[in-house]
Design a protein around this ligand. Structure first.
Ligand code: B12
Length: 424
């Protein structure tokens, strides 16, 4: 009897709020962190952060509008120069379009001029997608990657542009042949982005030629995401779960199906896993039960305007007095390896450890490039790992790939880090 009463209560609670009760405080604090990140933004304004702020239920409309202006100036200029130099920037163009759409900004008024010809953002995006498609036809992979290719399809589709059947077909084929890789493992982030893109095309009803193949691809992605759910609820890893939940919601999954993954994200958020604004920008829409697909119908009417930032007193973090040994093995493209070691204060970022090592003048050097996720390791000991050669410096610790980059990975225990020039 008691068992029945408890069961009824649990069921009643879970059906009232299938994703696990009221977590307003956590949502609000993540939302504020993201808003605050606008103030500390180095480099280009981040369209993914804008998107997440706009998909939230709480807003600071003045700060959001300021950020929109920054996107329209700094990010726009950066894209203009990339397009003038014929660089492939399909992912960033798509994120820019999605960010503008999230603010209900008229996309037809945004233009870029290349070789004296002025064309709209969406026309440029369409053209870049054509180039990506040609590259896939020629060499079985996009110029950039399938994550950005999916972002391109998604941005065109939510903006009401009919996506060329051949472009969609290439994505369908890539799902079929399981071409979505991130290093040695499957890229759950890419499956999620492709899922949202293909669901959008499916809903638009424009892909009539191969409708059955499209349906199969969407179902396969859904199955892939559910199969990638770990015992702790994360899908893929902590950083792909947000996009995976967004995709599952977009593909019509019951909200209750996402409950373990929602709980996993909340647990991770409570233990400060999501310190990088880019990470927060991908989980926050999911925690609000939204996906990038909801942009299709966003009208920006009657929005809340209550999000305010409390003043923060600067916190001085003293370096720990405990020092931790770090060994760094560098494996060059030729296979030759070199070993270095350095002691760092416990809790240092890997970037700080590498900087100390460089300053020791023992032959170790490195360079980073900035990206939306922070510093991307681009050169080590004078050797570049160029994306155009399909190479990168992979990071692992005791044989396991790191799930964070040099700017976020904290050294808490003795580490043997391997930095290897790897092809992908
Ligand atoms: C494609 C991809 C890659 C490709 C990028 C090259 C290419 N042209 O395909 C490769 C395989 C090189 C790669 C490498 C790594 N990646 Co990666 N990558 C992605 C993915 C799937 C898409 C990125 C993208 O194109 N975004 C769209 C464009 C518009 O944004 P962008 O910022 O301009 O994109 C560039 C940067 O993101 C950069 N990049 C890619 N990965 C990473 C990781 C870090 C830490 C940084 C700073 C930059 C960076 O390359 C992109 C293309 O130029 C994301 C998934 C996601 N959820 O975002 C993961 C993702 C960003 N990567 C991740 C990780 C962990 C890595 C590695 C650290 C893995 C490792 N152990 O070696 C390395 C980076 C090491 C280094 N040298 O600093 C994590 C980051 C999580 C975090 N908290 O930081 C993500 C979120 C995947 C995940 N769920 O774990 N990655």
């Amino acid at each position: 009897m008691l068992y029945l009463v408890i069961l009824t209560c649990v069921l009643a609670l879970s059906s009232a709020n299938p994703c696990g009760g009221s977590h307003g405080e956590l949502l609000l604090s993540l939302n504020k962190n993201l808003l605050r990140s606008l103030e500390n933004q180095e480099g280009l304004p981040n369209p993914s952060v804008h998107l997440a702020l706009r998909l939230s239920d709480y807003h600071n409309l003045a700060k959001e509008s300021q950020h929109l202006n920054k996107l329209k100036s700094s990010l726009h200029n950066d894209l203009q120069s990339s397009l003038s130099n014929s660089h492939s920037v399909v992912g960033l163009l798509a994120l820019y379009a999605l960010a503008l759409k999230s603010s209900c900004y008229d996309l037809n008024t945004i233009t870029f001029t290349v070789g004296e010809k002025s064309e709209t953002l969406l026309t440029h995006l369409k053209k870049q997608m054509e180039q990506e498609k040609e590259h896939i036809a020629f060499s079985q992979r996009p110029l950039t990657n399938y994550y950005q290719y999916s972002l391109g399809v998604l941005a065109l589709c939510v903006s009401g542009i009919r996506v060329n059947n051949h472009v969609t077909n290439k994505l369908i084929k890539a799902v079929e042949h399981q071409h979505f890789k991130h290093g040695d493992t499957e890229s759950i982030d890419t499956y999620a982005m492709a899922g949202m893109a293909l669901q959008c095309v499916k809903d638009s009803g424009s892909h009539v030629q191969n409708a059955a193949e499209l349906d199969t691809a969407v179902s396969n992605i859904k199955a892939k995401l559910l199969a990638a759910r770990r015992a702790d609820g994360h899908i893929g890893n902590e950083f792909s779960t947000g996009l995976a939940v967004q995709a599952l919601l977009a593909m019509g999954s019951e909200v209750s199906m996402c409950a373990p993954s929602m709980e996993a994200m909340r647990t991770a958020a409570n233990s400060n896993t999501y310190s990088n604004p880019m990470a927060v920008s991908q989980i926050l829409p999911a925690l609000h039960l939204k996906s990038y697909l909801t942009l299709r119908t966003k009208d920006c009417l009657n929005e809340d305007d209550t999000l305010v930032l409390d003043p923060v007193s600067p916190v001085v973090v003293l370096p720990s007095e405990i020092s931790v040994p770090v060994t760094v093995e560098v494996v060059m493209s030729s296979g030759t390896a070199a070993l270095y070691s350095v002691d760092v204060a416990k809790g240092s970022f890997l970037l700080e450890a590498l900087t100390l090592l460089k300053e020791k003048n023992v032959g170790f050097t490195f360079e980073v490039e900035s990206s939306l996720w922070g510093p991307f390791l681009s050169a080590v000991n004078g050797e570049q790992a160029r994306q155009r050669d399909r190479r990168y410096w992979s990071l692992s610790s005791d044989g396991t790939a790191l799930s964070q980059g040099v700017g976020d990975f904290k050294v808490e225990t003795p580490q043997s880090i391997t930095i290897k020039n790897t092809s992908y």
